[in-house]
Design a protein around this ligand. Sequence first.
Ligand code: SAM
Ligand code: ZN
Length: 299
Amino acid sequence: MQREIVDYEDYDYREFWSGKKRGYEHLSEIYALKKLISKKGKRFIDIGGGYGRLSSTYINLFPQTVLLDYSLKNLSVAKKELSKISKSKIFFVASDAYDMPFKNFTFDFAISIRLIHHLTQPQNFFDEVSRILTPQSFFILEYANKRNLKRMGKFLIRKGAENPFLIEPSMIGKNIYNFHPEFIIDKLESVGFKTLNILSVSTFRLTSIKKIISPEILSRIDNIVQLPLGLVKTGPSIFVLSQKRDEKTVEISSDAEKIPWKCIYCKSDIIDEKEDELICNQCGTKFPIIDGIYDFRKK
Ligand SMILES: C[S@@+](CC[C@H](N)C(=O)[O-])C[C@H]1O[C@@H](n2cnc3c(N)ncnc32)[C@H](O)[C@@H]1O
Ligand SMILES: [Zn+2]
């Protein structure tokens, strides 16, 4: 299958979340992340972080934070908003999540929410996440769950609907995939992560319920059931907190001003940082810094 990046440049993703329509899901995701993110570490990354919708759950918790996304448009929105409120160092990086411009063992906390449903090659993504994380670091992954209650019900009533019990990912739209919980746990295990906690999120994503109960109240109920329903994994959105197993520890440099960059072409880590660009010392590639956003998108 071809590696294709879902393009958000011509799409107003902030608009998707504006108003009350998805207020319940948004607030439920904030509750989930608040439960799972602990202030443990030096360098944090939000992979496919979009315009920083969920940044209130991690901003200022770590000395250094990276918001990585392929869309320059989303990152520009994030930069405008977050630069005002961030007290610690925050870097905005335009890059493909399959091929991130960091040395091995750069981060000790990573999250990726609503990204993997766009990835045609999840294995490459898992390999890459594992590569950039230190041993014993934490990783929170959100995925769209194909084996959710609504799908199971539909399948059991009308035999025609797609079988949600099959382990393989289902394509539910152009470049949108839903995953089986076992598929995700297997992949995490295969790249060295053990599962610590699972939350079932947005269980009440039904128009009829959302019409009569406000987002604030419904998300509070969601918050209560996320952990118990995590045991059966029946929600449409699943949050998994995992930890990288490796025994040996790798110290992250404490220089809060610097990121250990790596060239995405020749893999060299000798990168000169100038005011408006990074230059790879080995292959000479120049990576522009556009309005404070590091641009590693392949041309
Ligand atoms: C559904 S949005 C989720 C954004 C954010 N995590 C949130 O929950 O609000 C998916 C994001 O993934 C980004 N994206 C898609 N494919 C990507 C890739 N291969 N590498 C990096 N980012 C990607 C898009 O630009 C978009 O901002
Ligand atoms: Zn290079």
